[in-house]
Design a protein around this ligand. Structure first.
Ligand code: F3S
Length: 63
């Protein structure tokens, strides 16, 4: 499973980071970027939850 953050949509809500900090990190301006684009199997559920909880729908998940 792969994830990506759409930088044009991210508004810095930080829910992705609080739910799955192993995959999502915040830059100096509080916008998210992906640490592990190829999500390890053990983190897939968390990464999906992070995507679901992004109010801007800025996280794309490709199965
Ligand atoms: Fe951005 Fe959504 Fe995370 S707005 S900081 S990708 S929760």
């Amino acid at each position: 499973m792969r994830v990506a953050v759409d930088a044009d949509r991210c508004e810095g809500h930080a829910r992705c980071w609080s739910i799955c900090p192993e995959v999502f990190e915040l830059d100096d301006e509080g916008h998210a970027f992906v640490l592990q684009p190829e999500v390890p199997a053990g983190l897939e559920a968390q990464a999906r939850e992070a995507a679901t909880n992004c109010p801007e729908r800025a996280i794309r998940v490709d199965a």
